[in-house]
Design a protein around this ligand. Structure first.
Ligand code: AMP
Ligand code: GLY
Length: 417
């Protein structure tokens, strides 16, 4: 079987690692991949956003299954293009992925179908947004409508900060056309939890809960990042909370998409906040979370390809997801300076000393003359299992200490909260 995975981060490494466990003989390709993926798949020099390039290559090489794992190609309609070329594909179409690439679309959908989320207003003109600030309640949350690498959300303590946020997004175009529209949201508080769920358009199967750590520094300080670590499952996501989330959020979301004529096949990521008034949706993503997938896949027992095939064929109801007992913790090691500017090309040492049962998922790495060097902001995701979160945490950090690259930066508190 020939499989192509589109993406090149820790999440894509986790997808390929998981498939490899049960399909050692599959021919796996990855566009563009990274230094770690190169050890278990053939990496292609095709950028993730090259929609016609990926479709043409897949056709020419008789690829049996393409897995589109990253947000940008989903937003560009890569799945639509592959399906048009009669290539079997796992991932949502552009219309389905709109729940991620347009925050205003997802908010309108939730409003229409009574799915609990923060109250909001959307604006296409900066003038209207500024005017709205006069009557807003503070703190308030200003969000760029489109994709902004998880950095387009600004929590504003007062009107001045909110004005500044709108100016950056709509006038300075800090996030490009993602800022053509802003969403201004009610500020909520409570613990956050991520639920990644497979969906075939009718049936939805959530995986174990996970918690991301979005801020750069310990104690949730510093700027927002793509995610500095994750653990799974979240002790806050109790059976009772799960039951309520299924009833009020997860099932209604699938129904809402169906009612809108959007048959979602792929992974829906529910970013939730457990507020005092009950669970609320912070955001949807149309794909696996990164680094949540790394910690959840450490515990997933069910064959990932079987699940994906069932999603494509609309028979996910035949699959029950099974998980290992215990917990998993993923600690991200990033380049010094991330999420600001950082150096690349720094040699990475110590990977050979890592324990056999710990998995180091690569994100920003590449091979240069046979040596592994840094090539991005988030570099590695050191992931360990244990009988509970403290045990998994201890093992993950014991192995982080064995890995070295100049300027390496990581949080010391993943899994403590
Ligand atoms: P998002 O990309 O929409 O999930 O937002 C990124 C982060 O901003 C979330 O994980 C929350 O920590 C925070 N956030 C987003 N929306 C709100 C809100 N309405 N109230 C409080 N915090 C929020
Ligand atoms: N970890 C958050 C995300 O993947 O969007």
């Amino acid at each position: 079987m020939k499989i192509l995975v589109v993406g090149g981060g820790g999440r894509e490494h986790a997808v390929i690692w998981k498939i490899r466990q049960t399909h050692p003989k599959a021919q796996i390709y990855c566009a563009p991949g990274n230094g770690g993926i190169a050890d278990m798949a053939e990496c292609l020099h095709i950028p993730v956003t090259d929609v016609p390039g990926v479709a043409a290559w897949s056709r020419r090489h008789f690829i049996d299954l393409v897995i589109v794992a990253q947000d940008d190609p989903l937003a560009l309609g890569m799945v639509d293009e592959l399906l048009k070329n009669r290539i079997r594909t796992f991932g949502p179409t552009r219309a389905c992925a709109q729940i991620e690439w347009s925050k205003s679309y997802s908010k309108e959908l939730m409003k229409k179908y009574n799915i609990p989320t923060a109250g909001f207003e959307a604006f296409d003109r900066a003038g209207d947004a500024y005017a709205y600030l006069e009557s807003a309640v503070y703190p308030t949350v200003v969000k760029a409508d489109g994709l902004a690498l998880g950095k387009g959300v600004i929590i504003c303590e007062d009107k001045e900060q909110a004005r500044d946020a709108i100016r950056q997004i709509m006038e300075d175009k800090k996030f490009g056309s993602a800022g053509d529209r802003v969403v201004i949201e009610e500020f909520m508080t409570g613990p956050e939890v991520s639920i990644l769920a497979f969906c075939d358009g009718k049936t939805i199967r959530p995986m174990l809960s996970a918690q991301d750590h979005k801020r750069a520094f310990d104690g949730d300080h510093g700027p927002n990042t793509g995610g500095m670590g994750a653990f799974s499952p979240s002790p806050k996501y109790t059976k009772e909370v799960e039951e309520e989330v299924m009833r009020t959020i997860i099932c209604p979301t699938v129904e809402a998409l169906r009612a809108e004529g959007r048959v979602f096949k792929g992974v829906i990521f529910f970013g939730l906040m457990l507020t005092r008034e009950g669970p609320r949706v912070l955001e949807y993503n149309a794909r696996l979370g990164d680094p949540e997938a790394q910690s959840v896949f450490m515990l997933l027992k069910t064959d990932l390809l079987d699940i994906m095939e069932a999603c494509i064929d609309g028979r996910l109801d035949e699959i029950e997801l099974e998980f290992e007992p215990g917990s998993a913790v993923c600690v991200v090691m990033a380049s010094g300076g991330y999420p600001g500017p950082y150096k690349k090309g720094i040699p990475i040492k110590g990977l050979a000393d890592v324990d056999g049962d710990v998995v180091v998922f690569h994100a920003g790495t590449k091979k240069e003359d046979g040596a592994l060097v840094t090539a991005g902001g988030r570099v590695l995701g050191v992931t360990a299992r244990g009988e509970d979160i403290p045990a998994a945490r201890k093992k993950a950090y014991a192995n982080v200490e064995k890995i070295h690259f100049e300027g390496a930066q990581y949080r010391r508190d993943i899994g403590i909260k």
